[in-house]
Write a protein that binds this ligand. Structure first.
Ligand code: F6R
Length: 261
């Protein structure tokens, strides 16, 4: 796990965008994994700016989103499929039908989840997965207690996650869906490179567990300690509970120029 502490969201966005650009340079038809939520927004802004400037293209790429609320109407602005279209996909040059998400309106949910796993596999797996982290340590919507071997499935959202996300629903907790479809922890672990972004003080405890805690279903993100290629991009506030913060800073400072992510 490489821990990189950067001054602000914009710098984190640029650093993650560099990793996406390097991947697309060497593999233009790469498969990206996209997270919604606020953490990756600066990455998407930076990628959209580079695409508008003709510096990067997603024309041959494909992408899969991590999760989706169950039951939100197709045109609901907070449906993750619509959110990712607004904040990223519609701003770059993906081809038609190349970005997929779990179907939160499926009538046969187990079949829809299995079909989603099949689609990721058929695409050759995810090359670079962008993830955020919940204050309770979830990645995608793998809430505490999730099986470390889980695959795409329906999950009940914790009250904490619904409270955290109420800001997207006019601060109305009752408007936040109770269930979601989410890639499992094993699905995420199959990605070849995972970039996790955490911003702000509210993420500091989860980040401490992620990087320095024991691997446990109670802090689902800790499974990433078993992944061979994870980059954790943090602002100072999200890094403040790390015991080895000085070591991570020094490691990044002394990183040779030739060594990317
Ligand atoms: C979103 C997702 C969630 C978020 C997490 C952090 O697709 O999978 O795990 O990444 O809840 O959300 P933000 O970034 O809004 O703090």
């Amino acid at each position: 796990m490489e821990v990189v502490i950067l001054p602000d969201a914009a710098t984190i966005g640029g650093t993650a965008a560099d990793a996406v650009a390097a991947l697309l340079d060497r593999k233009p038809d790469a498969v990206l994994g996209l997270a919604t939520g606020s953490s990756p927004l600066a990455i998407y802004d930076e990628l959209a700016a580079r695409c508008a400037a003709g510096r990067i293209s997603f024309r041959q790429a494909r992408a899969f989103t991590l999760d989706e609320y169950v039951g939100l109407p197709a045109d609901h602005p907070e449906r993750y499929r619509n959110v990712i279209d607004t904040v990223f996909v519609s701003r770059v040059d993906f081809g038609p039908d190349t970005v997929l998400g779990p179907d939160g309106l499926a009538t046969d949910i187990p079949a829809a989840c299995a079909a989603y796993e099949d689609a990721i596999r058929a695409a050759g797996g995810v090359d670079l997965q962008i993830v955020g982290i919940g204050t309770d340590g979830h990645i995608a919507f793998n809430e505490p207690g999730s099986s470390l071997a889980s695959r795409t499935r329906i999950k009940t959202l914790t009250r904490q996650t619904r409270l955290d996300n109420a800001r997207f629903f006019g601060d109305d907790l009752d408007a936040v869906p109770t269930h979601c479809l989410t890639q499992g922890l094993a699905t995420i672990m199959a990605a070849r490179h995972v970039i996790l972004v955490a911003l702000g003080r509210s993420k500091a405890e989860a980040v401490h567990h992620l990087v320095e805690g024991a691997v446990s279903a109670m802090w689902p993100a800790t499974i990433l300690q078993h992944h061979p290629h994870v980059t954790v991009l943090l602002d100072d506030a999200a890094a403040q509970r790390l015991q080895l913060i000085d070591y991570y800073r020094e490691t990044y400072r002394s990183k040779p120029d030739w060594q990317g992510f």
